[in-house]
Design a protein around this ligand. Structure first.
Ligand code: ZN
Length: 271
């Protein structure tokens, strides 16, 4: 599943090719994604110049003067820039055709993705309005984690994966950040002191920033390639390594489930 680093890498991959260009037409082959693609998008997007491609949480925002296309890659979605006459495969559901003869093609085998349209400020859209701060933005820090976690008995891992607290911390990155910060994933969020909240916020920023930096090497995959852009996986210290030796102390990593999600930690290094 594309996580925040993949979505940001996608944004960086497509933005230079879209910004400043007009969308001449929209081809919808399959309307039924997670929600139906609105007809208003097909009516109002053609003829519009793309002013910016932004990201909020895992949503891509393709901004134009008339409105904003809100795009989510769901479980299996990907975007590529191709010559507009490239034959479409069975999972190529939408093309946004550009004035330069290319198209931005959305491929999504499982169809949990979404493509919506809003004329208003997208920050006020129902999908975006309730979201917490961006983990790499200026609002997110240890003070925020500390303030929002007081009185919370929720395991800290579930707490940092709650998009009302902070967006974009998926399961892999929650595991990695807690290991890096030396915090036991099942510890009650409200019992973690300020210094450890600072360390945790820093660890979350680091693991996401490192993944985005790693994704930067795959940017060319978004343009004209045959395959789907590769979802990358950075070198992981704990996730998927239950039973193997801790990279820090050598003790066997333990695997448990928290909120139905695989959770791997070192019982010696994480408290
Ligand atoms: Zn250890």
């Amino acid at each position: 599943m594309p996580e925040l680093p993949e979505v940001e890498t996608t944004r960086r991959g497509i933005a230079p090719h879209l910004a400043g260009r007009h969308i001449t037409s929209v081809i919808v082959r399959q309307r039924r994604l997670r929600w139906a693609i609105p007809k208003a998008l097909e009516r109002e997007l053609p003829g519009q110049p793309v002013t910016a491609v932004e990201r909020r949480a895992k949503y891509l925002l393709i901004r134009t003067p008339a409105g904003t296309a809100i795009l989510h890659l769901g479980m299996s979605g990907s975007l590529r820039l191709l010559p507009a006459d490239t034959p479409a495969g069975p999972h190529d559901h939408v093309d946004l055709v550009l004035e330069d003869g290319r198209c931005l093609r959305l491929t999504d085998p499982r169809r949990f993705g979404a493509l919506l349209w809003t004329r208003r400020d997208p920050a006020r859209h129902r999908l975006l309005a309730g979201l917490g701060p961006e983990p790499l933005g200026p609002e997110f820090d240890g003070a925020l984690l500390h303030a929002r976690s007081r009185g919370r008995r929720t395991p800290v891992k579930a707490f940092i994966m709650d998009s009302h607290v902070v967006v974009g911390v998926g399961n892999i990155y929650a595991n990695e950040a807690l290991f890096r910060a030396g915090i036991h994933p099942a510890r009650a969020a409200g019992r973690i002191g300020r210094t450890r909240c600072d360390r945790l916020a820093q660890a979350i920023r680091e693991v996401l920033a490192e993944a985005i930096a790693q994704g930067g090497t795959s940017l060319r995959d978004f343009v004209g390639s045959d395959g789907r852009p590769g979802y990358f996986r950075q070198t992981l210290a704990v996730y998927g390594r239950g039973g193997q030796p801790c990279p820090r102390c050598g003790h066997a990593l333990r695997e448990i489930r928290i909120a139905q999600r695989s959770t791997v930690y070192c019982p010696r290094c994480q408290h």
